[in-house]
Design a protein around this ligand. Structure first.
Ligand SMILES: Nc1ncnc2c1ncn2[C@@H]1O[C@H](COP(=O)(O)OP(=O)(O)OP(=O)(O)O)[C@@H](O)[C@H]1O
Ligand SMILES: Nc1ccn([C@H]2C[C@H](O)[C@@H](COP(=O)(O)O)O2)c(=O)n1
Length: 232
């Protein structure tokens, strides 16, 4: 494992679905020369493996028994993040509707969380120049000693509109249905017993509803710079 550089900074960015965690984290990491880790992609990857290997994702025992089998690897270059499962590129398959609908159930299984949390901590510890790690429980559970914790929020309406905007030119989704699906996934992620989606007590909350993505990125970059100037 590499030794962290003195200026290395660990940033945890959490929040509900569609608040801008991935877009913000990637851009902040790229601007500041940090690595980037999308922990949602790891939970999606293990879910995809369960589906393709015939594991019943509604059966926590079956998921727990299989949890240690797939080898999940994350590439942390913010300009080209990667995710593989058993050496196969999983970046496309993990974004399907089927994976999205099953990922909350799989990620609620404690054995899955233990394995993925260990992997996340190893990756963060190996990031010599620092890292931005985004997810649901980074500030509370995975990296409770992070130098800076951000909790992004946005209204369900804004988040649904953003998600539908991604579909421009593709099949137009119904805004109400998108909003309902977001709310349902957030409720499952917030309501699980093991490390639920939650704001850490010492996290800075940023409501992005009325902010452009560039404004959010600039705000977070400024917060990181402040921490660095203060010697973290
Ligand atoms: N402040 C913003 N204003 C407008 N659009 C935004 C803003 N932040 C993010 N977006 C857009 O919203 C969509 C969702 O953003 P992103 O994927 O970064 O969210 P997320 O919190 O990582 O979601 P998830 O948890 O579901 O992966 C993207 O299309 C992104 O470009
Ligand atoms: N730290 C994390 C990150 C993600 N998850 C679960 C819950 C989410 O619904 C799912 C997919 O995440 P997304 O790609 O939408 O960011 O993964 C979690 O439990 N903990």
């Amino acid at each position: 494992m590499e030794t962290a550089a003195p200026s290395a900074v660990i940033v945890a960015i959490d929040g509900p679905s569609g608040t801008g965690k991935s877009s913000t984290s990637k851009a902040v990491a790229a601007q500041l020369g940090l690595r980037y880790l999308d922990t949602g992609a790891q939970y999606r990857a293990i879910t995809w493996w369960m589906i393709t290997n015939g594991v019943d994702t509604d059966d926590p025992h079956a998921v727990a028994v299989a949890a240690g089998k797939p080898v999940i690897e994350s590439g942390t270059d913010p300009s080209a993040p990667t995710i593989t499962v058993d050496g196969l590129d999983a970046s496309g398959p993990i974004r399907t509707q089927e994976v999205t609908s099953k990922v909350s159930a799989v990620s609620a299984v404690p054995e899955v969380r233990t394995l993925i949390t260990e992997l996340q901590r190893r990756i963060a510890a190996g990031a010599r120049d620092g890292i931005v790690v985004e997810g649901r429980d980074i500030g509370t559970t995975v990296l409770p000693d992070a130098d800076l914790k951000i909790f992004l929020t946005a209204s369900a309406e804004a988040r649904a509109a953003r998600r539908n905007g991604e579909l421009a030119g593709k099949e137009a989704a119904d805004l109400a249905a998108t909003k309902e699906a977001l709310i349902k996934r957030d409720a499952a992620d917030s309501g699980r017993k093991t490390s639920p989606l939650a704001k850490a007590d010492d996290a800075v909350e940023v409501d992005t509803t009325a902010l452009t993505l560039d404004q959010v990125i600039a705000h977070v970059v400024a917060l990181v710079e402040e921490k660095r100037t203060a010697g973290k």
